[in-house]
Design a protein around this ligand. Structure first.
Ligand code: S6P
Ligand code: ZN
Length: 182
């Protein structure tokens, strides 16, 4: 049956299912400065949450989620999502709702692109591009993502290769650095 949900700029969705709540201890290895990550993980802050509408994960459906990435850094690297490929290479639609952040995308061949995702901007993620979001501001970064119900989430392959670019705080704002390892 058709249904409606209410989204607000704080990222809440009514009604919703909470699908992801990622604490720092869940992704210590994602950050360049492991020692800083381990130290901060002792207090185990929530890095981000995602809420999903009650859409079946089946062909022809469009699943949608809001995500709230909190502000913060591990060393000088901004808080970010784990990032993933989809099991079935398929496109995704992102829409900025609040705060300041970036969408980092990478193909399996290692080609990398980033797009800023300010309030009101839509970014198209083509099939085959892994994606990670990074909060480059000092308030919650909130966005909407829409993807195919049968896409599935593959975290393992990007965990293995890592993203080739890291987004860090520089003197003049966000800087994009070539990752040294992973
Ligand atoms: C889903 C979409 C987003 C992320 C969310 C959390 O395809 O890309 O809703 O799930 O931002 O990120 P991650 O990498 O932990 O799933
Ligand atoms: Zn996705």
């Amino acid at each position: 049956m058709p249904f409606a949900t209410d989204l607000d700029v704080g990222g809440s969705m009514t009604p919703h299912n909470l699908v992801v709540e990622r604490r720092l201890s869940h992704m210590v290895d994602a950050y360049a400065d492991r020692a800083a990550a381990q130290e901060l993980a002792a207090a185990d802050p929530i890095v981000y949450r995602a809420y999903e509408a009650a859409v079946p994960h089946e062909t022809d459906h469009l699943v949608y989620r809001t995500t709230i990435v909190h502000p913060g850094r591990v060393g000088d690297e901004f808080y970010m999502t784990k990032g993933h490929h989809h099991h079935r290479d398929s496109a995704e639609f992102y829409y900025g709702m609040a705060g300041t952040g970036v969408l980092l995308m990478q193909t399996r061949d290692g080609e990398v692109r980033h797009e800023e995702l300010p309030v009101g901007r839509a970014v198209y993620v083509p099939p085959g591009w892994a994606h990670r979001t990074i909060n480059t501001g000092d308030t919650d970064f909130v966005f909407l993502a829409v993807f195919f119900g049968d896409a599935g989430h593959d975290y393992a392959s990007i965990e293995e290769t890592g993203f080739a670019v890291r987004v860090k705080e520089g003197a003049m704002g966000a800087v994009y650095e070539q990752a040294v390892t992973r």
